[in-house]
Design a binder for this molecule. Structure first.
Ligand SMILES: [Zn+2]
Length: 144
């Protein structure tokens, strides 16, 4: 039996810092993130698709634009950075996470929370997320 995956790339720009990091990632900085969403369905639709690529963009891309793009992803325990809110927030709120905003944790949040909330109702399951922080650094989380 073949496994058919639909993969949609999405991008966003965000700032973060890794609380407790041993080196340069302890500084507030930003990335042009790329995310690859891998979706599967029980069966292909009548046109022969897992899902239309544009639906993933509409659902997940809109969520990313609204919540993560052009803002800071801040760990709720990072009180120092949260205290700079009035500087970080001009026309958009920072995104407070209950996890340190590493690429791994961001990808886990997408696969465990955002994608099921937005795509389950469309009849697809996201089995894998690739999140690229830079051209050289990416993480992959996969549902077994
Ligand atoms: Zn970083």
């Amino acid at each position: 039996m073949e496994n058919v995956e639909c993969i949609r790339k999405l991008t966003f720009c965000a700032g973060h810092r890794v609380l407790g990091h041993e080196s340069k990632c302890a500084n507030a900085h930003g990335h042009n993130y790329s995310v690859f969403i891998h979706a599967v369905a029980e069966r292909l639709d009548e046109l022969g698709r897992v899902i239309d690529f544009s639906i993933i963009k509409q659902e997940i891309g809109t969520w990313l634009d609204t919540h993560w793009d052009h803002t800071f992803l801040v760990y709720e325990k990072d009180t120092e950075l949260i205290s700079c809110r009035n500087i970080l927030e001009k026309n958009k709120e920072i995104f407070i996470c209950d996890f340190n905003p590493t690429a791994e944790n961001l990808a886990l949040y997408l696969i465990n929370t955002v994608c099921p909330d937005l795509l389950s109702k469309k009849g697809v399951r996201v089995t894998k997320i690739e999140l690229h922080e830079t051209e050289n650094c990416k993480v992959i989380v996969e549902k077994k």
